[in-house]
Design a protein around this ligand. Sequence first.
Ligand code: COA
Length: 335
Amino acid sequence: MYTSRITGMGKYVPENVVTNDDLSKLMDTNDAWIQERTGIKERRHIKKDDGNSTAVMGVKAATIALERAKISKDDIDMIVFATLSPDYYFPGCGVQVQEMMEIHTCPAIDVRNQCSGFVYALSVADQFIKTGMYKNVLVIGSENHSGGLDMTTRGRSVSVIFGDGAGAAVLSRSEENGHGVLSTHLHSEGKHALELSLKGPSTMHWVPELIEQNPQEDIPYYPYMNGQFVFKNAVRRFSEVIMQGLEANDLQVSDIDMLVPHQANLRISQFIQKKFQLTDDQVYNNIQKYGNTTAASIPIALCEAWEEGKIKDGDTVVLAAFGSGFTWASAVMKW
Ligand SMILES: CC(C)(COP(=O)(O)OP(=O)(O)OC[C@H]1O[C@@H](n2cnc3c(N)ncnc32)[C@H](O)[C@@H]1OP(=O)(O)O)[C@@H](O)C(=O)NCCC(=O)NCCS
């Protein structure tokens, strides 16, 4: 049995900063409301002509991760790409990354688990490494939310929350005992699928039909979120899945050196921090700068925490996510 370990990380966010005040020029919202409910001050949005896309941002983050892992693209055995905002219906972003980075023929898997996507993707990669099948897997989370948000007052309760960006990790077979991914736990509960969803355009909801059926009020080709219901489920599932990860490894809450929660909403992270009585040094948040970047949020935050020297060799690092599906997941790692 082998162990997998993150050997390199990278992140990329578009240059274009969109503040809460910028949004208030497009819709009836304001900085005070957004900060009070979500903690978000600004986020990044792709600009139409800046050359970015979900796959392109993934490549930018992945290129840095490869450099830091000190491996060549030829050493990659598999790509796992998590996103809810792919460039195309099909094919997935994984093969686009493969083409753009000129990676040789290898499997490329796209993971569709929204805010839990990166932890799901990490878990997939971990299984392939643990069995001995692969040595180096490129794991990417990337999102282009701004390409599909309703930027009018109608969409304000959703649109102010989300931002664009990408994070990537190289997961490699580890020879060092005790280091690496100790466990991953994945969950989903499909009965709440539509509580946080984008129904169309899709094979069930085709664009001309949608416009005909929904003149103005309820347009299902923008994301829908039952905010308070999502909030309640998020705090419950975050707590459960963190505890599950700790118990599986005989660890206590006090053993956590760094918790990197999915950056859903600063209030959710603060609730978890308080519940587990963690100090500010034990929890990493950057939603204030980037908003909620769904599958990209954990790798961006993890990468940034590491870049800032807040994660050191031997630290116990816990990742936890909750999102559309509902899906939720955790990963416990010895850095
Ligand atoms: C979305 C969320 C911030 C909304 O906060 P809330 O306290 O539930 O607010 P509500 O939806 O009840 O709306 C309260 C009021 O603010 C208004 N409002 C909604 N969005 C607004 C905005 N961007 N600016 C100003 N006012 C807004 C509503 O219309 C409502 O007005 P009313 O009282 O006159 O009807 C909150 O529910 C949340 O964070 N949920 C979880 C979201 C999340 O984490 N999603 C990602 C999961 S991975």
